[in-house]
Design a binder for this molecule. Structure first.
Ligand code: ZN
Length: 275
């Protein structure tokens, strides 16, 4: 059961388009981290299994039919700040007008089109490696951050270019490289003494190579199955997480922060969280 009284902040750390292919390549950091908490290799991406739809659900707690985001909408418009489907960032801002909130996305439309503007969120969009440097720098100066989101992009870029799946060497290498970048962020969190009283969620938004070797969007298991895990106070190491949809990420994060879940969210609390 998540011990909410012990949690001061939440980190949502993601990479794009990695599915559950961490099991087919070297990801020592993620593997070791997931063992320390609750995890699964068969969480389900939302349908359609596309970036804006899936990150939109992760961050807004509702299915794509409700948040209405797609890649073009996310790239060209801002998310309405009076939407009935607030992001986890808007919930946090409404609860804590002064809290430090930060979003780092390699794929810029997450920051510009999925997370609301005008909430006083520290936002940066940079290529993966530079983004991680920016996160390290931010954390060192903002130990009191309440909610931090990260999205790295290279696995998805490599999948579109070289093909997704367990037989695509350069795709798997991109996932392994991102494992090292996750390690830098997790190492910084630990070095700064933030690990004991944080909830850290690791995830990806969708896989790929199901219907199309070089794409995603279908309901094929290669597109739908994704790794997901979280580590934090009160979560027993080795806990399995059956039946999770990535939309539920928003519920886990909100609950850990002590925020009530909006009634209209589709996000449900998995059983390991407790009530
Ligand atoms: Zn994606």
């Amino acid at each position: 059961m998540i011990n909410g009284n012990s949690i001061q902040r939440v980190f949502i750390l993601g990479m794009d388009g990695a599915g559950n292919f961490i099991q087919h390549t070297d990801t020592p950091i993620i593997d070791a981290f997931l063992k320390k908490g609750a995890s699964t290799l068969t969480a389900q991406a939302q349908s359609p299994t596309i970036s804006a739809e899936c990150w939109g659900s992760i961050l807004h707690g509702v299915t794509p039919e409700k948040h209405q985001l797609n890649n073009e909408v996310a790239a060209t418009t801002t998310f309405p700040s009076d939407s009935p489907y607030p992001s986890i960032f808007r919930l946090a801002r409404e609860a804590w007008p002064e809290a430090k909130l930060a979003a780092f996305s390699s794929w810029r439309p997450i920051n510009s089109g999925i997370i609301e503007e005008d909430l006083g969120i520290h936002k940066e969009s940079l290529p993966d490696e530079e983004l991680v440097g920016a996160i390290e720098n931010y954390l060192e100066h903002n130990l009191d951050v309440k909610l931090l989101f990260m999205q790295l992009d290279e696995p998805d870029a490599a999948g579109h270019k070289f093909g997704y799946g367990p037989d695509s060497k350069l795709y798997l290498e991109a996932i392994s490289k991102n494992d090292g970048l996750f390690g830098r962020v997790l190492g910084t969190i630990e070095k700064l003494g933030l690990l004991e009283d944080s909830l850290v969620i690791l995830l990806t938004d969708h896989g790929g190579g199901g219907d199309n070797k070089y794409s995603h969007g279908s309901d094929h298991p290669m597109d739908k199955n994704v790794f997901w895990g979280c580590v934090g106070p009160g979560i027993e190491p080795g806990t399995e997480v059956p039946g999770l949809y990535i939309v539920d990420t928003a519920a886990v994060a909100a609950h850990a922060l002590g925020l009530g879940l909006p009634e209209n969210w589709d996000a449900k609390l998995p059983s390991f969280v407790g009530k």
